[in-house]
Design a protein around this ligand. Structure first.
Ligand code: HEC
Ligand code: HEC
Length: 251
């Protein structure tokens, strides 16, 4: 009788060992929170720390440092300054990683695991409990009419270069290589030195003109990269983006 009862269990174990994939329990009674905690502990805690404070075992040797999730400040968002990122923002980062940092791509996780770990990340900060901190993504305007005309665009890009030199070069450098005069002195919200992006290289926030426009509208949370939603007008922002696009084309 006892042996008979054990047969299904033996089968399950056998199937699991044949499967060869990483053994991830998917018992139906596991809540999403438990699954999220499990996925986090296995895949994220080594850097982000078991308590989400960014102080995992590997953190000491990494620059930029793994994010602490405890203050609820996120760098990469589609939402307005000061707001929390969307589920899509978090999912994109977890799936796609952040090139040039230790944050790798988690392509091997199942969709429900990613959803669960996204929710688990939110459990570290009280900010996620206040609806006032949520906002829909910023509407990124369509490309201006002159974008399609190479001559006009060239003229706008030249003006964009001027704006870049006066507004951005202190940090990013005149050549946009990240070597501005102020670059060495910059610190982020977490007290660590932070380098202005080399705008010729891979960009975390996306590389299309509209991605760059979004960064100018949202800023990068917790860093000296503020938003330029009011300090520049829309035409000036597109001109700067046009300038950056020329740099990237001849990279
Ligand atoms: C090998 C180290 C490492 C591991 C493992 C790791 N991360 Fe990261 N993660 C980082 C670093 C470093 C950054 C910060 C990059 C930056 O500041 O540009 C980061 C950034 C992030 C961000 C963006 C935060 C922001 O401010 O916008 C999210 C979200 C994130 N990680 C989630 C996760 C999750 C979830 C896992 C596990 C599935 C994970 N990370 C595993 C190192 C790691
Ligand atoms: C006070 C210094 C400072 C100024 C001024 C500044 N930036 Fe930045 N910028 C930064 C820093 C620091 C980062 C990197 C943040 C990070 O680590 O993700 C950054 C990141 C960026 C990124 C995103 C890079 C990525 O990986 O997604 C873009 C695009 C950008 N800046 C464009 C500009 C433009 C255009 C201007 C002028 C209109 C400007 N910045 C002005 C400091 C500055």
């Amino acid at each position: 009788m006892k042996i008979r009862a054990a047969i299904p269990v033996v089968w399950l174990l056998l199937l699991a060992s044949l499967w060869g994939g990483e053994w991830t329990p998917t018992l139906p009674d596991r809540t999403q929170f438990d699954l999220g905690a499990f996925v986090f502990e296995r895949n994220c805690a080594i850097c982000h720390g078991p308590r989400g404070d960014g102080k995992g075992e590997m953190a000491a040797t990494i620059a930029p440092k793994p994010r602490s999730f405890r203050s609820g400040v996120f760098k990469y968002r589609s939402t307005p300054p000061g707001k929390l990122p969307t589920n899509e923002d978090l999912t994109r980062i977890i799936r796609g990683g952040l090139s040039g940092t230790a944050m790798g791509m988690f392509t091997q996780l199942r969709d429900d695991e990613v959803r669960a770990v996204v929710e688990f990340v939110k459990s570290f900060s009280r900010k996620w409990r206040d609806p006032a901190n949520y906002a829909p993504p910023i509407a990124v305007p369509p490309l201006p009419a002159w974008w399609a005309d190479p001559v006009q665009r060239g003229a706008h890009a030249a003006r964009g270069r001027q704006t870049f030199v006066t507004t951005c070069a202190a940090c990013h450098g005149e050549k946009a290589d990240g070597k501005g005069l102020a670059a060495a002195t910059l610190r982020d919200e977490w007290g660590d030195p932070i380098a202005p992006a080399n705008l010729h290289g891979p960009l975390h926030s996306g590389e299309t003109p509209r991605d760059m426009m979004r960064v100018l509208l949202t800023g990068i949370g917790g860093t000296p990269m503020l938003n330029f939603a009011t300090t520049l007008n829309e035409e000036q922002r597109w001109e700067v983006v046009a300038h950056l696009t020329t740099l990237r084309a001849i990279r």
